[in-house]
Design a protein around this ligand. Sequence first.
Ligand SMILES: Cc1ncc(COP(=O)(O)O)c(C=O)c1O
Length: 384
Amino acid sequence: MDRRGFLSAGMAAGVAAGMSGLGGAGASVAAALERIPGWGRGKTMADGTLRLSSNENPLGLAPAAREAVIEALIHAGRYPGEFTAPLYPQLAEYVGVGEENILFGAGSTEILQIIVQAYQGPGVPLIMAEPTFEDVLRYQGPLSYHLQMVPLKADHSHDLVRMRELAEVGRRPAVVYICNPNNPTGTVTPARELDEWIAEAPESTLFLVDEAYHEYAEDPAYASALHWINEKPNVIVVRTFSKIFGMAGLRLGYGLAHPDTLDRLRLFTISNNPNILAAAAAMASMEDEAIMAQSLQVNREARDVTHRALDEMGLEYLPSHANFLMHRIPGDLGEYIGRMRAEGIRVGRPFPPMTGWNRISFGLPEEMDRWAGALRRFRTMGRI
Ligand SMILES: Cc1ncc(COP(=O)(O)O)c(C=O)c1O
């Protein structure tokens, strides 16, 4: 069944149930969503709290995706396989891979967890940057990896030379986690450097390349590692619908790899992924070309507001190739986070060892104005 078939089957079922699709219960759900302040547009919640802490997309679910979810609810009582099948060819075409290269997870974090489990072994080095996105660190916690943290370089790219030295010790299996662009720094590790290593690495070195922010990267030095997956079974690229498509609450991410690699990962997956609502939203989002352009445009505008405020206050920041940036905080980070919270603004958590910095996720431009206003007040009070 293709997406249109999926949706029209949904409409037919809705009519049969006395609902008439979006004209019935769907319309009232849509209207209810519109009435919830802050739902879908912006990061300001019903109680006025501004969430600039979790790298979510301030636009939320695109209108077409919302409608698709409401229509798909009709199928939610059934197991998803038949309804989610059209997602594979659509994503394959969208990304430029084969259907056999795709594995879905409940967010890309589930794919990270599966990989960490599938490649574990006593003393296997797990090599990652510091600071970087923490989920891999958490998932390896109960396992018997030999964890090796490698500080980012002065330009906040991954220190691939040091990581490679560690991976090559003893020429045994190793897992390397590379987050590109990196969270929390928003910086890019040049594709040229990574490609050089991948080209020469033994197959026993597994490259887990997390491209959650792929769509936002503008640095010409950045390129996806995707072109390796069919040639190199030891390269897995992980991406998500949470960020650029504003689907964080629906939980849909995917791994892209050689079919043999995916067979290994499937030993650790749950059945019946992905769920019907996430699949419906994803299919509608990919169909609507305007969504990505709009997400990127709002992100750029919010970044400009953020840059202007930080420039005005003379606070250093890192170049952002994502939907957040990292900036300096004079004084104590914990106090700064607490003060922002008192203003009703949630900013990023600490990312040691960068304790003199704070990560701020981009909201709408006007929401960044609110954050900038709080920053200015702190400055007037002599607090930063
Ligand atoms: C680098 C990175 N990878 C993966 C994730 C997980 O995203 P999700 O599970 O929503 O796809 C995040 C979320 O913030 C992230 O920053």
